[in-house]
Structure formats: C-alpha cells, structure tokens
Ligand binder design. Structure first.
Ligand code: PEP
Ligand code: MG
Length: 852
C-alpha cells in the first residue's frame, strides 16, 4: 500500500465529478477523482512522475507515478474538438516531471468562449487499485493545496492467460472524428474490464492494454486509423467480438463518420432504402404516409432555393469574420426558434432545431470552410462547399435514417449561406389550398408553412421517419413522402386529392370526386363539433357499461387541456419528455414541481399514472450514454436503463412520492419483461417511500413485451394494474420495427395475434382482480375500440384530440355486440380480415344494441 498526495494542478473551485456535464466523467468511466473550475491558465504536474502521453489536441495529459498510479488531467469538456487551438503543451511523452512543473498552458479567454465547459478533470485512471480517498472541497490553490490523497495498492492483478488461446479481430476503421480520446477510451476500457482475458489494442507496431484508459489514449488513435483487438484467455473470442463491435460503432461517441463498409459486408434489409411503390394509373401517384389526413387542393411545385456565391474572398480575416458572424446569428435564430417551440411544449419539433444547432458546431464542417477561406476563397464559397460535401456524403449512405439527415444539413447550411450573402429567404407566396410538391422540404420550410394556404404536401424523398414527417404530424398537415418522381412534373394548379392515410395523391380529380371528398370533410367537421359538445358526458355503452377514458400526456400543458376535452384523468404521463431537450437530468425538485403541477391541473379524484423514464431504443438522451447497439429496441431501454442506473429511478420515484400528496398518483414501469424486474423496481419504490416516511403509491406495469402478456396471471399477483402498450407490443410480437418506413403499414395492432395477447392479458389481470387499460395507439383507432371493449379492458388512454370522438363512439356501442365481435376477431386470419369484420359489424344495427 502507498499513500499518494495529489497537489492541485490549477487554482479554482473543486467540484465532485458527478457534477461535470459529461456523463463519461460524471459516471467515473475515465476514473475517479475531482474536477476544478479553473481561474488560472497553467496546468501543473500534480505529483512527480513520467508523462505517458500528451493528446495531439493538447488538452489532456497523462502521468504515471513511481508507484504505478496513472493520473489523467483533462482540461475542459469536449475540448478535443478544438483541435489544439488555445492549448500550448509544455511537456511531451517520456518527460519526467516534478510536482508543480508546468504541463499545459492554455488561453483561458479562448476556452471560455469556445469550450462547452472549463471544468478540468483530475482522475486516477486505475482507480480500481485505490482503497481509500480523501478529497478537498471548496477553493484550491495550484501547486499548494492537496486536491486528494489516495491509498493505493501496489500490485496490479493481471488477467488470466494461462494456456489460453489468442484471438485477433479483423482490422477496424475508427469512425470517431476526434479519434480515441478520453471518452471513447473510457467506454472501451470499461468494456474490456468485463472480460477475464488479457486484451490489447494494436495500432501498427504499437499496442496498448485495452483495460487502461491512459494506455489507449497514449496510442493516439486517430479518425480512420486501422486497429485490431487481440485477446488471450478463456473468453477471448467473445471479448474480441464485443470490443471490435463497439470500436466500429464509435464507442458511444456522437457524430461518428461511419467507416466505409468492406466489400464483403452484406447490407441489411433495414438499412437499404425502401422499395418505392408505383401505381399503374397515371392520375394516381403513391407514396408513404408521413402524416395522415385528407386534403383537397391544387398542386404547387416548390424548388429548393439556390444561392449563387463568388469564389474569390475579400481577405482571410474579413471572410473568417463573415463566417463566424453568420454562424453566430444562425445559432441565435435557431435557439430562439427552439425556445419558442419549447415554450409551446413541442419537444419533438424543438429537438429537430436543437440538432440543427449542433450541426453548426460540427468541427469537420468548420474545418472545410476555414481551410477554403485560408486559401483565399470567400466564406460563402467555403461554407457551401463544406455543406455540399457533407450532405452528399450522407445522402449517399445506404442507411436511410442517416441519408435523411442530409436534408437537415442542407437546411441549416442554407440558413448560414443566406446570412453570409445577405440573401433574403422569402417565404413563397402559396396559392390557397396548395398541395406542395417537392423533392424534399426542409424542417425550416415545414415549421414556417402558412397553414391558412397550405393543405398538404408530398415529397419524392424522405420516409415516415424523416424530420419533415415528424413536423408534418405535429402540425396536423397531411403529408406523403417517397412519392413517385413523376409528381415533380405535375403542372401547378392541377386539382388534386391527397389521401395521406392510404398514401395516395389523385391528380386531375373530377369535380364530382372533389365534391365527394368535401362533403365527407364537412360531415367529419360537424361530427367533431357534436362530439366536443358532449365531451364532458361519460362514455357508457348502450347496455350500461361505463368505460373510463383517460388521456396520454407529455407535460403540464397537456394536463391543462384534458378536462376540457372530457378526459377523466391521465392514463399515461410519458415522463421522458421532461428529460429530453436538456443537457442534464432534471433534479428531484424540478420533477416534483412538474408532477405537482400536473396533479393540480387534473384536480382531485382523477387518476394520474406517471410512467417512469422510458428511454433507449428510439428515445436517446444526450447525457445518458447507452452504448450503440445493433438492435436498440431489443437492448437497454425502458426499465432496463433505470435498473442499471438506479439513482435516476430513485430521484424520479422520490419526486413522484412527494407529488402524490397533491393528486391520485400511481407509478407505472415501462418495458417490464420479467418478474424480477418488477420486484426490483418495486423494492426501490418501497425503500424510497420508507426513506421519505410516505406511503408507497400503487405500482403498475406497461404490458409491452409478449412475454409479459403471456405471463399476465403471474404479473397480476404483484402489479397493482396493467396498461397495455400496443405500440411496442405489436412491434415485438410481429418482429417489425414500429418506425420502419417499409414495414410500417403491416405493424397493425389489429392483427389477431395481438388481440389474443390483449385477451390473455385481460384474463390474467382478472384472475387477481386487477384493472387493465390500453394506452397504445390502437386505443385511438375507431376500428379497435369495439374490439378492446369486447376483450374486456377497463379503460382506454388516448391522445388528447381523440377523447371526444372515442367517448362518442362508445356511447353508440353495445357491450354484447362488442364481445361477439371480439370473439370473431380472435378467430380471424389477418389484420385485414379483422378490419373487414369491424366494417361489416358497423353496418349491423345490432352493433349498437338497437335490436337487443
Ligand atoms: C406503447 O408502447 O404502446 C406506449 C404507449 O409507449 P410508447 O409509445 O411511449 O413507447
Ligand atoms: Mg412503449
């Protein structure tokens, strides 16, 4: 054992690592230690030792003491992206230094304006060998005060390699734009530690111990470098496979540029662009539904604005200044746009513009533009070149999701280009009832569409998952994506009917066809008004069965609307919206205030079901790194994330327990698959309630996994209620990604297989006298409502605008007829057959109990 004193390398305030706004440091993946908010600009050696490495970007240095303790000093957060700007290292690898020797000088003003944070981390990379810590707090002085003292075990345990075989991976191309810096190195080292084998990372003729963050960093693996993983030991094959996979995917780093796929790689069906549908009728064009709805109007062609630029610059300083100013103004515009969307509680849209802001600080883009400027080109020329190069590269990828991001890049690129050149981006003058047709619309186009004139749009590119599709849905504008290219040749003014629900655009529609659609639209509007008038009345079937109709909400703003729409409570509060669009997790106080506000908006006597954080899969959180997974929907998501990081769950449960004093609050755990998960989550709930001296709230589960539906009777003994999440249940039961552009139409919750799982869940719940609700999308589908009632569910939780219509529909149904219909549906052969059964039943008077 040795005791080692680490002297503060900088002056400033000492902070616990947990408060550092970078999850890899905050979760101590790089190592344990402290952070300093510096007030001076020279990083000193914190102890005697040998310099193992100085990062090429000059922002981080590692040092090894004679006892073998490895200390990483990392100035600022995300400073690797500054590519050395503002840093002047004073040492090199191999130097021996004494405590207090200057290691890195840095430009404090430059970093203050260019780095995400100045917080400087001093961590022991091999902190698994530290047996005791003593840490400073408050203000520390460089070269004088002790930052921390560690008791350090001298011997390192080595991995077992006796008589074991060695496995070597294929060459892996590093996709991380800034190479293997501290963050990816920590992710890799942590993974390597989970294996018994000795593991090396090989770069050319040099290698590093893959368990050591410092050794990986010292290897200085850059973007595009080829490395190999070599493991020796009992689990060598698995270790190589896993590490190679994580390396190839960027070790959780954002914005990796995918390494080109080797020629032999097969492209999965999911990654390939969807096959385009084609119609044989020249007056009927087909596409993918991006936002459902029906519109009648006239075609209006929209073409992407091109800004001509001058190649020659007016001088390097002037052009650099122009570019910086334009980017700063674009950033301000986007953050104003985002703030206004946030204020309108529209996180989906806000997130899109947050992503645009991120693109503006992309170091690769800036590098291309700046290098053009340095060669005497204009800022406009350099920027346009940077954007075009990147967007074309993205668009050419076979991964459709990435290809769609090219459109975002072109959008934000145009915004900056217009600012550099002083070009006014005028909104086009759309005619009344315009159905826009374009190759692609940008998110900016869509967000600022004049809703009084534009009734729908079609794009030949994009898919159901593109950002434009998300925006169209949130605006309630019917839209098609991936329409046949012939659409681009249709003359302006051509009368058309856009039926985005079934994915068609009918051209040269006759007056009669148009008038039929208009009549249907008018009737629908009248129905909507009548439903709203009766919205506050209960939903009771014609034979006296009362169904509870609740709303699905994302926050306080929605909660305030529920009562007006006739909702009888909250069946699903998707609490993840509170966690998105931020740079750190909301505190217990923030969450408490929000849950309390929801409870107060809903009022006493109305149930509120708060679902605990459901992230992972397609709902990532920037500050909660989940290693990239081949199939994230089957990986770490929902309750799995929360049980893996119980502090997040504990904080949320404390906030919910405290808010329960203000309303009829229950908690619900997402993605429960095993009884063990339910028991673990409930144990945490009970523990936190006991700590707060409060009674635990009822705890239910989402039934979203087929295994859970099948085991419903066992779950019903331990869960207080069930809520069936048919969105996920359907994708898991049918093995079809719910967001897949090509398979989407087949992901139908009315498939008899899903109905059987729902029926089975209801029977399981009944066996223990528990209630069952449905909160997935089919609860809003008019064809599904009679079936769900017939299958015996107690409540439906639906999207808010649908509440009056669902209630009105239930008032027309008879329980008896619904049961018979459900029975027939369970025996049907396909979702289409079930839908046909429902359509036929709607024509029967007995459906309403009129003949009963
Ligand atoms: C569901 O899966 O049906 C559900 C309601 O949860 P989410 O859509 O938020 O995944
Ligand atoms: Mg779900």
């Amino acid at each position: 054992m040795a005791q080692i004193r680490i002297i503060s390398p900088l002056s400033g305030q000492a902070w616990p690592l947990e408060r550092v706004p970078d999850p890899v440091f905050a979760q101590k993946m790089v190592g344990d230690g402290l952070s300093i908010d510096p007030v001076n600009n020279v990083l000193l050696a914190a102890c005697d030792g040998e310099i193992l490495s100085v990062h090429a970007a000059g922002h981080a240095v590692t040092l090894r003491t004679p006892e073998g303790l490895e200390l990483i000093m990392h100035v600022g957060i995300d400073t690797v992206t500054l590519k050395g700007e503002g840093f002047m290292p004073r040492v090199k690898a191999g130097d021996r230094v004494s405590t207090g020797a200057p290691l890195i000088e840095f430009d404090l003003d430059y970093l203050a304006t260019h780095a995400k944070s100045l917080l400087t981390q001093i961590v022991v990379a091999n902190s698994d060998r530290v047996t005791a810590w003593e840490r400073a707090s408050g203000i520390v002085t460089a070269g004088k005060d002790t930052l921390f003292t560690v008791t350090f075990a001298a011997e390192e345990t080595t991995a077992a390699t006796n008589g074991a075989k060695t496995v070597t991976s294929e060459a892996i191309l590093i996709p991380n734009r800034t190479g293997l810096h501290a963050r990816p190195a920590a992710v890799l080292a942590n993974l390597a530690k989970s294996f018994q084998s000795a593991i090396k990372l090989q770069l050319g003729d040099r290698s590093a111990n893959a368990r050591s963050v410092t050794a990986i960093m010292a290897l200085e693996v850059s973007h595009g470098a080829k490395v190999q993983v070599i493991a020796t030991g009992a689990d060598a094959a698995t270790a190589v496979e896993k590490l190679a996979e994580v390396l190839a995917q960027g070790c959780g780093d954002e914005g990796c540029t995918p390494a080109p796929a080797p020629a032999t790689t097969t492209v999965s069906a999911a990654a390939a662009p969807p096959a385009r549908r084609k119609s044989t009728d020249p007056d009927l064009l087909v596409g993918v539904s991006a936002s459902p709805g029906l519109a009648v109007g006239e075609v209006f062609q929209v073409r992407r604005m091109e800004i001509e630029v001058q190649e020659a610059g007016a001088g390097v300083d002037i052009e650099r200044h122009r570019l910086e100013n334009a980017i700063a103004t674009a950033q301000a515009q986007l953050s104003a746009l985002r703030a206004s969307l946030h204020a309108k509680a529209d996180p989906a849209k806000a997130a899109i513009f947050a992503a645009h802001e991120e693109l503006l600080s992309d170091p690769d883009l800036l590098e291309i533009a700046e290098s053009a400027i340095a060669k005497g080109k204009s800022a406009a020329f350099g920027w346009k070149k940077a954007v075009t190069t990147h967007a074309d590269r993205l668009a050419a990828l076979r991964n459709e999701l990435l290809a769609q991001r090219a459109n975002d890049l072109r959008d934000v690129g145009l915004r900056v280009l217009a600012l550099i050149t002083g070009t006014e981006v005028r909104e086009p003058q759309y005619p009344a009832n315009a159905i826009l047709i374009a190759e692609d619309l940008t998110p900016s186009d869509t967000a600022t569409l004049d809703r009084s004139r534009v009734v729908g749009f079609c794009t030949t590119r994009g898919g159901a998952t593109s950002h434009v599709a998300i925006l169209a849905r949130s605006l309630g504008i019917p839209a098609l994506a991936g329409v046949e290219p012939a659409a681009l040749d249709v003359p302006n003014g051509t009368p058309a009917i856009l039926d985005a629900s079934i994915g068609t655009l009918r051209l040269r529609a006759s007056a009669e066809q148009i008038s039929r659609v208009r009549t249907a639209q008018q009737a629908a509007e009248e129905r909507r008004k009548a439903n709203q008038e009766h919205a506050l009345e209960p939903a009771v079937t014609t034979d006296g069965m009362r169904m509870e109709i609740l709303g699905n909400i994302g926050g306080v703003r929605d909660a305030a609307q529920i009562a007006k729409l006739g909702g009888e409570g909250v069946g699903l509060l998707r609490s993840e919206f509170l966690f998105m669009e931020r740079s750190d997790a909301p505190s217990e106080e923030e969450q408490f205030a929000m849950y309390k506000a929801v409870a107060e908006a809903i009022g006493p006597g109305h149930p509120i079901i708060i679902r605990t954080l459901d992230v992972g899969g397609d709902k990532p959180l920037p500050y909660l790194p989940i290693p990239k997974e081949d199939n994230p929907f089957l990986g770490e998501r929902g309750i799995r994330v929360c049980l893996d990081r119980p502090e997040i769950l504990r904080t949320q449960l404390r906030a919910i327990l405290r808010a329960a004093a203000f309303g009829d609050i229950s908690v619900m755990f997402p993605m429960i698959t095993t009884l063990e998960e339910l028991r673990d989550a409930k144990a945490i709930l009970v523990e936190e309630a006991a700590n707060l001296n409060l009674p635990p709230v009822p705890a239910g589960i989402m039934v979203e996994v087929p295994a859970t539906a099948v085991m419903a009777a066992q779950f019903a003994r331990e869960a207080d209620f069930f809520s069936i999440g048919t969105n996920d249940l359907t994708q898991y039961a049918l093995a079809m990604d719910r967001g897949h552009p090509k398979l989407a139409p087949k992901v139908d919750g009315l498939n008899p297989a899903i109905l059987k799982l729902i029926g089975h869940t209801v029977n399981g719940a009944r066996s223990a006298g528990k209630r069952v609700g449905v909160c997935g999308g089919i609860a809003t589908d008019a064809s599904a409502v009679p079936l769900l009632i017939g299958l015996g569910v107690d409540e439906l939780s639906v999207s808010l605008p649908a509440i009056p219509a669902v209630k009105a529909q239930i008032r027309t149904l008879s329980m008896d007829a619904c049961r018979k219909l459900a029975e027939a549906a369970l025996a049907a052969e396909s979702a289409d057959d079930v839908r046909a059964l429902v359509r036929n039943a709607e024509r029967e008077p007995s459906m309403t109990g009129a003949e009963a």
